[in-house]
Write a protein that binds this ligand. Sequence first.
Ligand SMILES: [Zn+2]
Length: 256
Amino acid sequence: MLLNKNIGFMDNTHFFPFLLIAIVFNSCTPMKSSLSLNITQSNIQIIQQIPLGDPSRSNNPLYLPPREIEKNEFKSKKLDQLIDTMYSVMLKKAGVGIAANQIGKQLQVFIIEAKGDNPRYKVLGPVPKQVFINPRITKVSDKRMNFWHGCLSAEGKERGNVATYEWIEYECFDESGNLKQGKLDGFASVIFQHEFRHLLSGTYLDVANHFLSKTELDYEIEMGKIPYFDIVSDTLPLLISGYRVGQTINDYHTKK
Ligand SMILES: [Zn+2]
């Protein structure tokens, strides 16, 4: 009898008004704020990392797939405002790169820039400001370099030694929606891959297995005891491991 009752409920005359209510309700549901370009808070905080295996990752923008910027969102005031906000937060924190999900936005946008006077990275040379939207890596070097990564989302955490490709070629869009292609090497390639890792979800803390405090690191580098931006073997964990060259960020999140 119960089965008959259920079939009765799915009868067209009963189902139609129910469906209508569902459609109306859906169209009134506002877009999740982490998926919108709107910046509502004035005091932006950098989202801090959550350890591997912690269930709270599953609803934190730092670990959720970011969406692509849509065609109609390019050349918009909202996109400009988002990028300006990200950039000012990055400068305030003396970072050399920032990804949108670090300020709670699940969007495929990041910025890199290292000024020549940043004492932390002076020896590595300046990197001009560049914005990457809906990026993908199209080609990589055979050689890999090590680097001791820190992160604005890993305040108070140790630096981690991981590998990145010596150079990469990329494809992305600029703020006006024009397709951009280019090649990065040196420090620019490291920062690009660090920010790209954020869009793949997670940070260097999930990948590295060799950590040092900032003080230990400075000492070891000064004494020449450890590699610092040198060519390394395949045994050092790769920061963007799991990503297949050519994939879009969407491909990575749906096929991983
Ligand atoms: Zn970072």
